[in-house]
Design a protein around this ligand. Structure first.
Ligand code: NDP
Length: 241
């Protein structure tokens, strides 16, 4: 039986690349998404990967969604917490709504999802959890106190849970992508990308979603059991820890 992988925010951008790479590696893959039905339908048409719609910031919705995935594909062996949003703004102008939206979608979602798969993984003595954090959670980014806090939180969460479940055959790791060419980044004006962002990246280009997907496939592998609590930077040399 193929191992089952669930990817949140799996229908677009980095998540879609992760789903495709896991499928190519032999996993039975489920892609969650929030509300863009057209993108989800196009994704399933292109990949054959089933999609499941729920809001990862809602605990009860995660519980129900994971139950649905389990009923259709089997228990979740690999969980990739990838869903994320930005609501940028300087702190002195940031609304409480934009603070909470980013914390809830990027960080509380990781609790919601992990809490609802962890008991099954413990019982089966196997699990792989990969949290997609960000370079901006490592170095901080002006205009992103909410996002930087959420992404740094994902790293701390991963390290803590990794220790809790290490003896149960479950690994928990974080990946910190730098600037990746997805809709989230390509929404930045071209001039800003070319004049101020790309020059900060030693490899001289944006990353590709597939380059993050390769990291996930590596960490999800049965043979990656000794790698846990780690933070894998994939940022073109932009920030070295
Ligand atoms: P995209 O905006 O391209 O895609 C986001 C995905 O997340 C979509 O599938 C979206 O669903 C889903 N999503 C958003 N909110 C929710 C929610 N509440 N519940 C369920 N699903 C949700 O993002 P990227 O591919 O650019 O980013 C993916 C991850 O990588 C994020 O965590 C991001 O922070 C991180 N990252 C991205 C970088 C980049 O350069 N792009 C750099 C570093 C980190 P729908 O289509 O329905 O809206």
């Amino acid at each position: 039986m193929a191992r089952v992988a669930l990817v949140t925010g799996g229908t677009r951008g980095i998540g879609a690349a992760i789903c495709k790479a896991l499928k190519a590696a032999g996993y039975s893959v489920a892609a969650n998404y929030a509300g863009n039905d057209a993108a989800a339908a196009k994704f399933t048409e292109e990949t054959g990967i089933p999609t499941f719609k729920w809001d990862v910031s809602d605990f009860a919705a995660c519980q129900a969604g994971i139950a649905e995935v389990t009923a259709k594909l089997g228990p979740v062996d690999v969980l990739v917490n990838n869903a994320g949003i930005t609501r940028d703004g300087m702190l002195h102008k940031m609304s409480p709504e934009n603070w909470h939206a980013v914390i809830n979608t990027n960080l509380t979602s990781v609790f919601n999802m992990c809490r609802n798969v962890i008991e099954g993984m413990r019982e089966r003595n196997f699990g792989r959890i990969v949290n997609i954090s960000s370079i901006n959670g490592q170095k901080g980014q002006m205009g992103q106190t909410n996002y930087s806090a959420a992404k740094a939180g994902e790293i701390g969460f991963s390290k803590a849970l990794a220790q809790e479940v290490a003896k149960k055959g479950i690994t928990v790791n974080a990946i910190c992508p730098g600037y990746i060419a997805t809709e989230m980044v390509l929404a930045v004006p071209k001039e800003v990308l070319e004049k101020s962002i790309i020059p900060q990246i030693p490899v001289g280009r944006l990353g590709e979603a597939e380059e993050i997907a390769r990291c996930v496939v590596f960490l999800a592998d049965d043979a990656a059991g000794f790698i846990t609590g780690s933070t894998l930077a994939a940022n073109g040399g932009q920030y070295l820890t």
